[in-house]
Design a protein around this ligand. Structure first.
Ligand SMILES: [Cu+2]
Length: 133
């Protein structure tokens, strides 16, 4: 299941062998288990939102985080983050892809950030990020 179900590519493995192994595996399991249970609910929620004329993107909630690593070559950022409710993810440290490579230019290791994340093509992806003053 780990090799087929979820697309963790090679750069991620380097991270996992370091310090992130348990948390990432933990929330991979969570994601697999809850996605089948929650699908009907999500579809209901989507139709409800659409019928109200609200944007579907509005469900991604801003999350506090701290930048731990920026990997421009791999297009990844490692964040220590708080709970991400829209991904059913507890607080942890992990690597994300980024929706826009420009995100990696505007943050530095140690920055406190506010970001949104979603699952894009099966991969946890930062969809917006801002450094907190
Ligand atoms: Cu996480």
């Amino acid at each position: 299941m780990h090799s087929n179900g979820v697309n963790w590519d090679e750069p991620t493995r380097v991270e996992r062998s370091g310090h992130d192994e348990c948390p990432i595996l933990l929330h991979m399991e969570n994601t697999v288990n809850t996605s089948t249970l929650r699908r009907p609910l999500k579809q209901l929620a989507v139709s409800a939102l659409l019928s109200l004329g609200l944007s579907f993107a509005a469900h991604a909630q801003a999350v506090d985080g701290e930048v731990r690593k920026v990997d421009v070559d791999a297009g990844k950022i490692t964040l220590k983050h708080g709970e991400i409710r829209n991904l059913d993810m507890p607080a942890m440290q992990m690597a994300f892809r980024v929706a826009d490579p420009a995100f990696l230019k505007k943050v530095n290791v140690g920055d406190k950030v506010s970001f949104t994340a979603d699952k894009v093509n099966g991969q946890f992806t930062v969809t917006s990020i801002d450094v907190k003053k």
